[in-house]
Design a protein. Sequence first.
Length: 531
Amino acid sequence: MTATTRDGWSRLVVWVAFALFAWTHRHAFEMSGFADDLGLLVDLSQRAQQGSLLSDVLARLSQPLWPGSTMWRPLPYASFAVDAAVWGTDAGLWRITNLALHLACASVAGLLCRELTKRARAGAVGFAVFLLIPWSPEVVIWLVGRFDGFATLGIMLALWAALRSQGFDRWWVASLVSGACAYASKESALILPVWVAVVVLLASYREGSGKASLKDVLSGALTKRGALFLAHGLLGAAYVLWRATLFPAASLNVYAAGPQLDLPKLAGQLWANAQFPLGLAALAPVAAMFVAFFFVCVATLAYRERNLSCGGAGAFFVVTVVTAVSTYFATAPGGGDGYRLYYLATIGFAVLAASAATSPSRITPVVLVGLLAAMAAWQLRVTDEWQRASVEMKDSAVALRSAATSMSSQDYGLVLLPDQLGHVPFARNAQGALPRLAGLSVPTVDVLGKLVVFTPPQIEEWHRLVREGVVPKLTTRSDAPPNPTQYFCFDSRTQVLQSLGYWPSGSMDEWRRKWRLSVEAACPLSAKPAA
């Protein structure tokens, strides 16, 4: 195969992958926001109108993401502010940023794979695998998933620049700047110094034609890129000190939890999290089976070609991400959301596939094309689930607006909506934002003045709130009752809120039982409170 033919094959892989991705995400600009998105859409757009958006963004530079959180993520937050200023509350147009981030990540993954292997074909395969990975929609479609998008892009740019650096040059500076951007995006960037060490050693090994002794590899790495590795170590240490300043009692706590350091428990959690792709396999079992089969073929081809350094680096990237996630989470997401946590591991899968692309075997193109086709089919099923949830989100917003219009001025409604639909976060953390957003299209209807949303995990919280005069805290209505007077659930079959009547709070068990029975009768397809 000539160089021209190989380049043509590489371009074809890139364009086919892009076309498949465009098809799997063809509804992206039509979809609503989900869960945490809704609060950002309403609050930041309102701040943009009030002229307080810039001061809010600047405050995030020296403050947590929100009061009480243990997250410092000013860079993605600034991007949300830009979207709010430009696009208002249009979630579809905000999603341009998420899509651009994923495309940028895939492009840098391709560059990184090409730099590791010195083969254009490997770069094309790395790009395609990253672009079509089945668990990426949570980062691409869910607006708040861009935290992971920014962090992953910064990490990969830092690695790519580190590979190209030959000392204190522009790539040296670019690597550190990219690393700083990653730290300003999400806590997962703390993995960067370890990864920089790996790629620095790998670069030194390759510069020795893959035949250098360990001593020569270490000597070469320290001579040419030792200062860069040290600088990344200092940058990571500075980030840890900054978190300790912001969160003195919880500097290592992420997602409101500290790391699991008990080794036997950690081993069990590691095994559970290593199975994370299985949670999405039920959406496309045949495609998932083929993806697994082709990745086994990829690993076999990489081994046959003795391309173990590149393939080993890819495996190391995956293992370190899964290990890091395992220190905070006992199990993988399974039937819920959380796949954005493994987005960074995608670079490992891309590098592993790229290592097989260097094989001259005729069977290699068949394996790689089969892998990409199976991944696209799987990704399509995942994005379809988000599309269905978006339709229900829009229908529920219309139903909220309609019900608020017809309600008596003396009433106030409590509406049960699902916390999640399948793997898609739905009304979580959007209890007040969804009614507010629903009322924006008809300014004369104050939806939050008539209705508030809650989700099944909040059943105990609302058992307490309905006895504490909560309604005046939610609305400025002068005639509002102190507590909800009507209960509703959303019936996805008829796209309307079904009235459940009203019952006193009573005991917790009775309150839960009454909700469960009422929802089963009126909205059988809706999420129900736990029995």
